[in-house]
Design a protein around this ligand. Structure first.
Ligand code: FUB
Length: 293
């Protein structure tokens, strides 16, 4: 099903349903994939976010809705009432696609968040829940991000509130090799951690605490787990109170994937947007120009 014929110079890019928290990845099949939350019911706030959609493109212009990838009903260990399927990420290693999603395991949702893992041999279908990563916890366990480094080692990051943590995963991609550690050197971290690597430099981007209209900042390091050097704001407020998104390179061009509330004017009915992203010669990121329809 073709979601909508769009160019990346027009936003929002996904308009058929409300989507948020886009985690973009370019796998080996020549396509770029967006793994997104599905905003569903403004009257209930963000608790009724109950499922995820995947979109793919071969040209960043035409986007295909690959359909629903997972919903709370599929999670046997999950909150009985469902809901709260928040910002996800995906990774690929040794022929398996991994889908990571934060979800409460009990009714008292704020104390029971886990980091769920589903796997498939296909990037956009056939995902089956495999449980959650043991040994995480201690503070807001939301917004997972997984980086598979050039040497095959994998790292998980997550965080919400004011703390961001990172740690190395085992080869199974579902357990920790060592403990999680705080990511040191970030300025005013709130949530939405996203880590990528360019020219040997690791970038950790995240949203800040600017009340009601937060921005996205970034820091760099020579090491996947820091310490980090804060580098500045690269995405100014979008008009939405939950700035969130990813950065990926596709066919030689870098892009910023994020969301705004341009269509609904409601913070729990968000829409995925895409804009080009540029680096300066010294590796710093230029402020993203947010384009509109
Ligand atoms: O989409 C639900 C939550 O809002 C995410 O987990 C946060 O990052 C924010 O986008």
């Amino acid at each position: 099903m073709t979601a909508r014929l769009k160019t990346t110079s027009h936003n929002p890019a996904i308009t058929t349903i409300f989507t948020a928290d886009p985690s973009a990845h370019v796998w080996g099949d020549g396509k770029v994939y967006i793994y997104a939350s599905h905003d569903m019911d403004p009257a209930r706030g963000c608790d009724l976010m109950d499922r995820y959609h995947v979109y793919s493109s071969t040209d960043m212009v035409n986007w295909v809705d690959e359909g629903e990838i997972l919903r709370s009903d599929d999670v046997t260990w999950g909150r009985p009432e469902g809901g709260f399927m928040w910002a996800p990420d995906a990774a690929y290693k040794n022929g398996t696609y991994y889908f990571y999603y934060p979800h409460p395991s009990g009714t008292a949702w704020n104390d029971t968040w886990k980091m769920g893992v589903a796997t498939s041999d296909h990037p956009s279908k056939g995902f089956v829940d495999r449980g959650y990563i043991e040994g995480l916890g201690g503070f807001a366990m939301i917004d997972p991000c997984v980086l598979v480094d050039d040497d095959g080692r994998a790292y998980m990051y997550y965080g919400g509130g004011s703390r961001c943590a990172g740690g190395e995963l085992n080869d199974d991609m579902m357990s920790l090799k060592s403990g999680m550690q705080d990511m040191v050197g970030l300025d005013d971290f709130h949530e939405a951690a996203w880590v990528f690597k360019r020219n040997g430099i690791y970038y950790l981007t995240y949203s800040d605490n600017l009340h009601g209209n937060n921005r996205m900042k970034y820091a760099t390091s020579q090491n996947p787990l820091g310490p980090w050097e804060y580098r500045g704001v690269y995405l100014e407020p979008t008009g939405c109170s939950t700035s969130h998104g990813s950065i990926a390179e596709f066919k030689g061009q870098w892009y910023k994937f994020y969301h705004n509330q341009e269509i609904s004017n409601h913070g729990c009915l968000r829409s995925v947007c895409i804009d080009k992203l540029f680096f300066n010669e010294d590796g710093t990121i230029q402020t993203v120009q947010q384009t509109k329809v």
